[in-house]
Structures are given as structure tokens and as C-alpha cells.
Design a protein around this ligand. Structure first.
Ligand code: TGC
Ligand code: FAD
Length: 392
């Protein structure tokens, strides 16, 4: 892959809305991505391998639990800093951002919010420093958009729970030390269980042949009569709202992350259009290419404003789930469209691993599906504005 020459677009001077701390955190993540991610990521994506050596650096830039309090090993930052970290990581690769999203919002968040003090103290510091990695099991082979139909279940056996079932499409599963597993009790109530690698009957086969998120490890979680100690249940929230509450936090991070992927594609295409000569002119002089670039920067700027405002609402605990859905849906769609247009500006070079664009485009095909598909988020907005539920 070519040297990373990224210059972040900021057409509406949005830096003026950020605090010094936001900029410090963002710039540290940006430098780290340039130094550690860009030089190696294409190779790992081509090999379909997760670069485990990045775990330590991710922890050092605060990507594991950015908003988790310092006393539990988190970075103690606000929601805008969290978003900016996700933006910078996804500027490098959506798969690496996935690893960080899962660790922070789908593993640390439920332990912090729904766990007891003993669980927080046992798990959070090790997850924050990357000593332990986690994964989040909600999706099942027959229940993706509709997690309420899940069949994974556990029975109370007196001194332990007995867990059976299977989850699929689980990010980080092949190497995670712990899994936050959503399963139904004997009354059909959903609970979160902390399942640890090494528990008898628990396996995590890797999912191969992905054309998307190739630098992120994905797998299944299989539970065959797994004895889970009773102290491993998350005691402070049950029902489907518990996993969906974690998704709110992860979807918020993805809304920021998608901007990063879009900025990288735009920046690459802009530079290419100024350098690539055809018919004796830089292709950026042709109106058709300018239309693409002008529309890209317009969409990126709109997404930046939407997301910054969402961050302000989230800092005040006022962001609704439906507002988060709108931002996730809009920004991922924006990014995937920009990736496709940017690829065209590069002509044949657009499909080459010399540039990041095709990798971003392929990654975003997962991002538009996971954490609630493009359709599901539209239906969430539809329900919110009309009051009519069109899911069922
Ligand atoms: P519904 O009846 O609407 O709700 C059940 C309960 O949940 C509450 N709730 C929420 N709570 C917090 N945040 C949200 N976003 C919430 N949405 C709903 C709701 O108030 C209710 O609470 P209560 O107390 O009344 O019981 O549930 P439903 O079965 O009708 O489903 C609604 C629907 C379709 C929107 C929901 O199931 C959904 O979002 N489906 C999409 C599934 C999804 O996003 N899966 C993601 C799996 S994890 C993943 O993809 C990780 S990828 C990570 C990476 O690599 O980065
Ligand atoms: P389905 O739910 O079968 O949907 C198929 C199609 O039907 C979609 O277009 C959908 O929009 C549409 N559809 C479904 N219901 C409706 C409806 N009511 N109205 C209109 N259209 C509808 N899950 C986890 O739990 N943890 C993870 O870490 C995780 N990581 C992932 C990583 C990757 C790379 C991928 C690809 C997925 C991951 N997922 C994870 C799973 C992801 O959340 C699901 O793929 C997603 O929620 C969609 O579920 P599904 O694939 O079963 O599609």
C-alpha cells in the first residue's frame, strides 16, 4: 500500500466546536493510525488475519472503554472523544474499529452498567488494557434482525446455570477470553451471562471466506451444556432492552466511525484527481469528477454536523435510540456511497490494494448490515415519527 498522506477534511471548521481535550485525543489516535495501522492493514486484510499486535496500541489511545470511568481502567472521556477515536480508527480500517467498538460498547459497557461491583473490578481493568479481549453474542443463525426470537437458553441447576445454544457472526469471537452472551431463562426472559474461554462445552469456531471486514476475526459461539457459575450473570438489567442498550452505544460509535472511512476515501480521491492526467489535464478539471468530489464533501460535512450534535445530546444523556439509529443509518450509507464514487475516480487503480478505497467499500458492506441493518434503522425512524410499528 502507498504511504498514508491523509489530510482530514473540515469544510465547516468543525474543529472550532471541539475542546482542547477532544483535539488532543483525536490527534493522538490519528497519529497512531498513520504510524501503526496504515502500513500493515492492507497486508492483514489480504491475508484475512486480525493484527493482534495492535491491541496494546488501541488500549493506549483510549479505544478500550473511552467513556468508562478511570477507576475501572477506562479513559474517563466524554462521548465526543469516544466518537472521535472511533472516527480515526475507522479511517484506518472498519475491522479494527469493530474490535474497539465491541470491546468498549458491547463488553465493557454491559459489565459497567448491568454488572455488580465484583464483576466491574474483575473484568474492566483487564479489558481496558487489552490483557483480555471480549465479544458479544446476540445474533443467532435463525435470529438476526429479530433477536427477541433467540433460542439460546440457560437453566438454573442450583449451584450453576446450564447454557445451551449457538450464536453466529460474532466479532472477536476466535480470540476473545470472555463473551457477553444473551440467553433466555426458563421464563423466556433475556439475561446477559459472562462466559469465559476454557469453560467446558464452549467453543468459538472461526468464520472464513468473508469478502468484508477481512482484518477482523469473526466466529461462532457454541454452547453445549456449558456450566456457567451463578456469579457470572449480569444482575442489574434483564430483558431485550439490556442488549439493545449496548447497541445504542456501539451504533453511536459507528456513526462517527463511518465518517472516518468516508474522509479517507474522499481525501484519496481528491489527491488522485489533482495528480492523474488524462486528455492533457488533471482529471479534477473535468466537471464530472468535480461533481463527485463536491457531493462527497457536502455529505461528509452534513454527517459531521449531525454526529457532533448527537455527541452533545449524548453527553447530556438526552440522545434517544431513534436519533442514534438515524445517524448510524445516514452515515454508513453516506460512507458506502462515497467509497463507490471514490473508487470510480481512481479508475482501474480504485480496485487495487495500493489504495484503501476498495477495502473501505468492502468493509462498509458489513457495517451497513451489523448493529441493525439499513432497513431496520429506517423502520426505527418510521416507528418513532408515525407511532406505527412496521417490523411485524
Ligand atoms: P421492542 O419490543 O421494540 O423492544 C424490546 C425492549 O427493548 C427496548 N428497546 C431498547 N432499549 C435500549 N435501546 C434501544 N435501541 C432499544 N430498542 C428497544 C424496548 O423499550 C423494550 O423494552 P421493555 O422494557 O418494554 O421490554 O423489540 P422488538 O423485538 O420489536 O425489536 C425491535 C428491533 C427490531 C428494533 C430490535 O430488535 C433491533 O434493533 N434489531 C436489530 C438487531 C441488531 O442490531 N443486532 C445487532 C447484533 S450485535 C452486532 O451486530 C455487533 S457488530 C459489532 C462490530 O463488529 O462492530
Ligand atoms: P436478517 O435479519 O435475516 O435480514 C435479512 C434482510 O431482511 C435484511 O436486508 C434486513 O434488513 C431485512 N429484514 C429483516 N427484518 C425485516 C423487517 N421487519 N422489515 C423489513 N426488512 C427486514 N452480531 C452479534 O451479535 N455480535 C457481533 O459481534 C456481530 N458481528 C458481526 C460481524 C459481521 C462481519 C457481520 C456481517 C455481522 C455481525 N453480527 C454480529 C450480526 C449482525 O448484527 C446481523 O448480521 C444483522 O443484525 C442482520 O441479521 P441477519 O444477518 O440475520 O439478517
Amino acid at each position: 500500500m502507498r504511504p498514508d498522506l491523509f489530510v482530514a477534511p473540515d469544510y465547516y471548521n468543525l474543529d472550532e466546536l471541539l475542546t482542547d481535550e477532544h483535539k488532543l485525543v483525536r490527534d493522538a489516535a490519528r497519529k497512531w493510525v498513520k504510524r501503526e495501522v496504515s502500513p500493515i492493514i492492507e497486508d492483514y486484510a489480504q491475508k484475512a488475519k486480525f493484527p493482534e499486535q495492535l491491541i496494546k496500541g488501541l488500549s493506549e489511545i483510549g479505544a478500550f472503554g473511552p467513556y468508562i470511568p478511570l477507576e475501572y481502567g477506562g479513559a474517563g472521556l466524554d462521548q465526543i472523544s469516544y466518537g472521535l477515536i472511533m472516527q480515526e480508527i475507522e479511517r484506518g480500517d472498519s475491522g479494527i474499529r469493530s474490535t474497539a467498538s465491541v470491546q468498549s460498547s458491547l463488553v465493557m459497557y454491559p459489565i459497567w452498567k448491568y454488572g455488580n461491583e465484583a464483576q466491574r473490578k474483575k473484568y474492566l481493568p483487564k479489558l481496558a488494557n487489552g490483557e483480555w479481549m471480549g465479544c458479544f453474542g446476540l445474533t443467532e443463525p435463525d435470529h438476526g434482525s429479530n433477536p427477541s426470537g433467540m433460542v439460546t437458553n440457560f437453566k438454573d441447576k442450583g449451584d450453576h446455570y446450564l447454557l445451551n445454544g449457538a450464536k453466529m457472526w460474532i466479532s472477536n469471537a476466535p480470540f476473545a477470553q470472555i463473551a457477553i452472551v444473551w440467553a433466555k431463562d426458563e421464563n423466556d426472559r433475556v439475561h446477559g451471562l459472562i462466559v469465559e474461554r476454557g469453560m467446558a462445552g464452549f467453543t468459538t469456531p472461526e468464520t472464513h471466506n468473508k469478502w468484508s471486514l477481512r482484518a477482523s476475526a469473526t466466529g461462532e459461539l457454541i454452547f453445549d451444556n456449558v456450566k456457567v457459575p451463578k456469579e457470572n450473570i449480569l444482575p442489574n438489567k434483564s430483558g431485550l432492552g439490556a442488549p439493545l442498550g449496548c447497541l445504542d452505544s456501539a451504533r453511536y460509535g459507528i456513526a462517527w466511525g463511518a465518517i472516518g472511512a468516508a474522509m479517507d476515501c474522499y481525501d484519496t480521491a481528491l489527491r488522485y484527481s489533482q495528480e492523474r492526467m488524462q486528455f492533457g489535464k488533471p482529471i479534477g478539471q473535468f466537471q464530472l469528477q468535480q461533481k463527485k468530489l463536491a457531493e462527497m464533501i457536502t455529505e461528509i460535512t452534513k454527517a459531521q454536523l449531525l454526529t457532533w450534535r448527537l455527541g452533545v445530546l449524548k453527553n447530556d444523556n438526552k440522545a434517544t435510540s431513534a436519533q442514534i439509529s438515524m445517524a448510524k443509518r445516514n452515515n454508513v450509507d453516506m460512507a458506502i456511497n462515497i467509497a463507490r464514487e471514490a473508487r470510480q475516480i481512481l479508475g482501474g487503480m480504485g480496485i487495487s490494494g495500493e489504495y484503501a478505497i476498495m477495502r473501505h467499500a468492502m468493509n462498509l458492506e458489513s457495517v451497513i448490515t451489523y448493529e441493525g441493518t439499513h432497513d431496520i434503522h429506517l423502520l426505527i425512524t418510521g416507528l418513532d415519527i408515525t407511532g406505527f410499528n412496521a417490523f411485524k
